[in-house]
Design a protein around this ligand. Sequence first.
Ligand SMILES: *Cc1c(COP(=O)(O)O)cnc(C)c1O
Length: 386
Amino acid sequence: MQDKLTLMTPGPTPVPESVLKAMGNHPIGHRSYEFEVLMKEISEQLRWLHQTNNDVLTITGSGTAAMEAGIVNTLSYKDRVLCGDNGKFGERWVEVARAYGLDVEVIKSPWGQELDPEAFRIVLEADIEKSIKAVILTHSETSTSVINDLKSINHHINMHGVAVSIVDCVTSIGVINIPMDEWGIDVICSGSQKGYMMPPGLAFIAMSQRAWKAQENSTLPKFYFDLSFYRQTSIKNSNPFTPSINLYFALKETLKIMRKEGLESIFMRHLQHSRAIQSAVQAMGLSLYAADGCRSPAVTAIQAIDFEAQSLLSLMKNNFDIVLAGGQDHLKGKIFRIGHLGFICNRDILMVVAAMEATLHNIRPNKMLQGKGLTAAINELSLKSR
Ligand SMILES: *Cc1c(COP(=O)(O)O)cnc(C)c1O
């Protein structure tokens, strides 16, 4: 049915109507007083969201723009870096780092497993000459629905003392607690189409004082992504280039909504929704792809063992107007993924579970007792009693 499509993909994610409407305003000049007021408010709210007093800068681009900016602003040709890789986005970090001629050492974990903080500790402690200039990793690995132990890994990076941490928090910011200053994270990258409840098009990068020090010494080529330009202009509540002004309207609105809900509530909602989906899926007799103990609150990957993942996705869309995501690379056809981050409420959770039960009943009838998943999901949600 037209206009009833529900996105339950791990990006893009659904957008509140007030955010969509905000985008429909006429653009304003980006050198105007009105834009300065807008920028000032946005910058303050972005710092709140990142739990930091550092600069949080906005680039027009998708999440990968922030990732690339993170690398080119802190590093120089042939710098030695450690990259965590346990999925598609970990691989992307390695690709970006290699594209710029960095000396990349990869710390791998199998897909579906978390990165081992001990592996980072060992390499970092062995680096007595302090040749490692950055440790680069993905917090919530969207391709496998694994959440990595950022707090522990970042602690080992801080102990090293020289390497900066550069973290892809694209599906974890606004989803799970990341106290940037308290944990001492140097660079946090994110994009608008995930936890921000916005359309794609804006990338965010938060930079610590240590990251700015690295920025001064970094010699990798950059122009549009040269964050020193963004920093200089952000002091004056301005932007070096023409920003996507209408997305800034949306950003202001969505940050207002997030602030009203509060960080604690946002994190709790995502945790409960992820638990509801995980329990429901298991009650339906399906297996989760991510290992126990490291499941992301943003997205759930589910194994498609005795049915075609693609037919489930098609039936969910054709019968229920719900869009889920498939697997990437070698997981294509082997898993499917439910995104439950951003603008998602209890109703969406029950709806997707009920629709999945109906669909699975359709494609593997003898394996399914309808209502089991729904009951499991309901038990995980905290429902008001009055
Ligand atoms: C979505 C996503 C990105 C960003 O991808 P873009 O298509 O560039 O926005 C990066 N990392 C993770 C973990 C993601 O989920």
